[in-house]
Design a protein around this ligand. Structure first.
Ligand SMILES: [Zn+2]
Length: 94
C-alpha cells in the first residue's frame, strides 16, 4: 500500500517529536508547519496534548521573560498617594 502523493506522509510519534522544535522555533512562528506534522497533530491525541502542554509552558515562560508594559507598582503607589492626601486633608489643618 503506497500513500497517495496528495496526502501528507504518515509519521510516527517519535518522528513528530523530533520536529517539535520547528513548531516552537522563534522566527518560524506564523509560518505554515509541515503538513505531515499538522496531520499527525490532528490525529494523535498524545502529541496534541504534548503540544498543548508545551505551548502553555512557552506562554508562561514568555510572560516571565517579557517586562510588563505597565508597571503595576505605579498604580499602587498613586493609590497610596491619593489616600495619603485624603487622609492628610481630613486630619490635619492646612
Ligand atoms: Zn503522536
Amino acid at each position: 500500500m503506497s500513500p497517495s502523493p496528495d496526502s501528507p506522509r504518515v509519521i510516527s510519534c517519535a518522528e513528530f517529536q523530533e520536529h517539535l522544535p520547528e513548531l516552537f522555533g522563534g522566527p518560524a512562528e506564523g509560518v505554515a508547519i509541515d503538513p505531515a506534522l499538522q496531520a499527525h497533530l490532528d490525529t494523535c491525541e498524545n502529541c496534541s496534548a504534548l503540544v498543548r502542554d508545551l505551548r502553555y509552558i512557552a506562554d508562561q515562560a514568555r510572560l516571565l521573560l517579557e517586562p510588563a508594559e505597565e508597571e503595576p507598582s505605579d498604580n499602587v503607589w498613586s493609590n497610596i498617594q491619593t489616600k495619603l492626601k485624603i487622609a492628610a486633608a481630613g486630619d490635619e489643618p492646612v
